[in-house]
Design a protein around this ligand. Structure first.
Ligand code: HEM
Length: 218
């Protein structure tokens, strides 16, 4: 195994603060949206905490964005424009998750600092970080002060439209909080990726080790 430095400090700080803020936002969000169904805290407390933590989350997003804007490591997020290559690699990765992993096959994706995500992760993280999170910030800001932003709210079709968008993305994030941690346990050991997000270093198999695993001695 080789140790490869894949998650620089700003990314790790952003990531774990982000996860903590997410948990608070989900709990307070559930309380705000499903008032009467849950009685975890008063509505007022839920709104106040939700607003403050949301601003902290947005500021924290600045750490992630700032780091990747000025680092060549942002290659990990570059889209693959060769559709045939993208489709082939995505299919191989999906086949590995759905079938190969249970047979002990090697992971088709080889990690290096500039390609730390497999094609499925890369697509998911692009959608998450460049579309859904910014959209959630935007709709959240509009709902935070509907009066002040009434022009934009009206342009988007009214409060109901903005609120529905915010809640739909919120529901997606609730599911994400279950399947993302699960997927991160699919490294060469269940805690390998999680430890990497703490230390920065991922263990990567040598080329010949991987080859030997792919062709068991008969
Ligand atoms: C307790 C909850 C969480 C755990 C255990 C967890 C775990 C991990 C781990 C181990 C990685 C690195 C390896 C990999 O991608 O498989 C990772 C990456 C990532 N996670 Fe999470 N995560 C959690 C919550 C979240 C949340 C709430 C978000 C919401 C946006 C998130 C977004 C990301 C992103 C975007 C990356 C890639 C970061 C980068 O290197 O640029 N994670 N997570």
């Amino acid at each position: 195994m080789n140790r490869v430095y894949v998650h620089p400090l700003p990314v790790r700080i952003w990531h774990w603060a982000n996860a903590a803020f997410f948990i608070v936002l989900i709990v307070t969000g559930v309380q705000i949206r499903y008032l009467g169904l849950f009685d975890l805290m008063s509505f007022r407390t839920a709104v106040t905490v939700h607003n403050w933590v949301a601003f902290a989350l947005m500021a924290n997003f600045g750490i992630w964005l700032g780091f990747y804007l000025f680092s060549e490591k942002n290659k990990a997020y570059h889209p693959e424009f060769n559709i045939v290559k993208l489709a082939r690699e995505s299919f191989e990765q999906a086949r590995y998750y759905g079938y190969g992993i249970f047979r002990g096959d090697p992971n088709p994706h080889r990690i290096d600092p500039y390609h730390k995500f497999n094609p499925l992760q890369r697509m998911l993280y692009q959608i998450l970080m460049l579309l859904l999170l910014p959209l959630q910030f935007f709709t959240g800001l509009l709902l935070w002060d509907v009066k002040r932003f009434s022009n934009v709210v009206e342009l988007m079709g009214g409060v109901r439209v903005v609120d529905t968008l915010h809640v739909l993305i919120f529901i997606f994030f609730v599911f994400y909080m279950f399947f993302h941690p699960y997927l991160t346990t699919l490294g060469h050991t269940p805690t390998a990726h999680i430890r990497a997000m703490v230390t920065g270093y991922e263990d990567v198999e040598d080329e010949h080790e991987q080859h030997a695993q792919a062709q068991p001695i008969k």
